[in-house]
Write a protein that binds this ligand. Structure first.
Ligand code: FAD
Ligand code: 2HG
Ligand code: ZN
Length: 513
């Protein structure tokens, strides 16, 4: 068993975790099937269709350059990151201020024009692109950092700030963002809030429900809801900000956010470990919590299919033997490098002596740490290279974590499936089950669904741990929510958006719109 400093280093561009996702060429985007064709059962709501009169109004609120109608330019906003959905919107609006958002929404509400809010368009459930011809409201130009308070660590900014840019900004003040995810180079903080994004730091810094102190949002009728508190404690009535966290643009458009940023750690270490059974993954997790305590900041898991997909597609050096069944990426972040390294060493020694880990590599230098993280963060993109991805993002009691991957492999063994693999945030009980095939195949889909949802529900899991429901999962939400809870969701929607103009066909089951 060798625990050497990370062998080989990735090239500069591979090392950089500044992943930014560019859309395909116009030709490729044109070949993607329209959502309304692939899902013919979904019927367009009774919304107005865009006319020259509407465009003239938009151009009275925004300069012409921020009202996009060119068909080729529109494609990139109509297609989602996974290329699984394609809308047919005829206009993208790019406001810069809350007042502009308010004027647009008030008008759309009066005219009964449906609106699809869009941030960085990295969502994985088809929530960020229109289903039919909804007006796309992009927050791309709402990217102003308003303030950073060095003492309290509170950042206030507009919703369209790219997560990675915010990370850079708060670093200047000795702070870090409380969330991190592979899409950081493109996703917006408003999108993160609207999906209640989890990511690789949740284990340590908790969910956005804890770190988001305040939100400013615009309701469907244009009313500006100023809940942009920067206070840690505020019990003045209902906690309205939580309604916008995770509501995926169906209750309002988030325009500003106040978020608590923790201090930047002085010491970060990463261990990338090879294990031969899932039982040992769980034993290692228990030991890591015991030995690393408060400095444990990530505990990420990959099976062989996930790991080798990323290694091969991006030609990355593999830090563990290529046939290793399971790998873990464990990160520690703390205030004292000597203390943290000692803790990590004693944890690794005990894990080795107990026979939990077979091999691995450790890194404390930023470029090597980035190279190891790059492997984990490349998995999602590598899967797209197989063709179509059937993506499931479930929370399940930890003892059942990997069972569904094995069940699915068995179920799909005689099909055209290329890969059926699992990875994710073991520390949060969140598994990413991914299945790929050369193209969208309804027979494969029928073998996966509803089986995967029934299985998750039987184990009292959640059918969406972090990506949300979007368009893809709105009709299966009953596997995780009771009829009474769904009724209350529909009542809240009707109260906040009575005409249903905000992100229709998403989140709520079809009957509830
Ligand atoms: P979009 O995709 O543009 O929108 C997402 C949803 O939010 C849509 O319903 C949209 O209508 C709505 N929305 C966007 N902005 C606003 C706004 N200002 N007001 C109201 N509604 C709005 N997710 C995780 O949780 N954890 C991960 O670890 C993770 N890793 C990822 C890695 C990769 C490589 C990729 C491609 C995606 C990953 N995701 C992850 C999913 C995705 O990045 C997150 O859901 C992210 O929070 C979406 O942000 P966005 O700005 O791209 O939002
Ligand atoms: C991650 O943890 C993201 O990398 C994406 O949530 C997961 O690709 C996926 O299924
Ligand atoms: Zn994830």
């Amino acid at each position: 068993m060798i625990l050497s400093p990370s062998k080989g280093c990735l090239t500069f561009s591979q090392c950089s975790r500044m992943a930014k996702y560019f859309h395909l060429s116009a030709k490729h985007l044109q070949n993607i099937e329209l959502t309304q064709v692939r899902y013919p059962k979904v019927k367009r709501g009774n919304y107005a269709s865009l006319t020259d009169k509407h465009l003239a109004f938009f151009e009275s609120v925004l300069p012409k350059s921020r009202v996009i109608t060119d068909a080729t330019d529109l494609d990139a906003y109509n297609v989602d990151w996974l290329r699984s959905f394609k809308g047919a919107s005829k206009v993208v609006l790019k406001p810069k201020t809350t007042d502009e958002v308010s004027a647009i929404l008030k008008y759309c509400n009066d005219q009964v024009l449906a609106v699809c809010p869009q941030g960085g368009n990295t969502g994985l459930v088809g929530g960020s692109v229109p289903v039919f011809d909804e007006v796309i409201l992009s927050t791309a130009l709402m990217n102003e950092v308003i303030s950073v308070d060095k003492t309290t660590g509170v950042l206030v900014c507009q919703a369209g700030c790219v997560l990675e840019n915010l990370e850079g900004k708060v670093h200047e003040h000795g702070l870090m963002m409380p969330l991190d995810l592979g899409a950081k180079g493109s996703c917006h903080i408003g999108g993160n809030i609207s999906t209640n994004a989890g990511g690789i730091r949740l284990l340590r810094y908790g969910s956005l429900h804890g770190s988001v102190l305040g939100i400013e949002a615009v309701k469907a009728d244009g009313a500006i809801i100023d809940c942009l508190s920067t206070l840690k404690k505020d019990n003045t009535g209902y906690h309205l900000k939580h309604l916008f966290l995770g509501s995926e643009g169906t209750l309002g458009i988030v325009t500003k956010v106040a978020i608590q940023c923790p201090p930047l750690p002085q010491a970060v270490n990463v261990a990338f470990l090879a294990l031969d059974s899932f039982e040992k993954v769980l034993s290692t997790f228990r030991l890591a919590k015991k030995c690393l305590g408060e400095i444990l900041s990530s505990f990420e898991f990959m099976d062989n299919g996930s790991l080798m997909g990323a290694i091969k597609v991006f030609n990355l050096p593999c830090p563990v033997p290529e046939n290793t069944p399971f790998s873990l990426l464990i990160e520690t972040s703390g205030g004292n490098s000597k203390h943290d390294e000692e803790k990590l060493s004693s944890f690794l020694e005990e894990a080795t002596n107990k026979g939990f880990i077979n091999d691995g590599t450790i890194a404390s230098e930023p470029s090597r740490i980035n190279a190891l993280w790059q492997i984990r963060e490349s998995i999602t993109e590598s899967l797209k290279h197989d063709g179509y991805v059937y993506k499931y993002d479930i929370s399940i009691p930890i003892q059942h974590f990997y069972e569904i991957v094995l069940l699915m492999q068995e179920r799909l063994k005689d099909t055209a499936v290329v890969k059926c693999c699992g990875y994710g945030h073991v520390g949060d009980g969140n598994l990413h089950l991914n299945i790929t095939s050369p193209k969208y195949d309804v027979d494969i889909l029928n073998l996966i669904e509803p089986f995967v949802y029934e299985w998750t529900s039987k184990h009292r899991g959640s059918i969406s741990a972090e990506h949300g429901l979007g368009f893809k999962k709105s009709d299966v939400v009953h596997y995780s929510k009771s009829a009474e809870a769904l009724k209350l969701m529909a009542e809240i929607k009707a109260l906040m958006d009575p005409k249903g103009i905000l992100n229709p066909y998403k989140v709520l089951p079809s009957g509830a719109h």
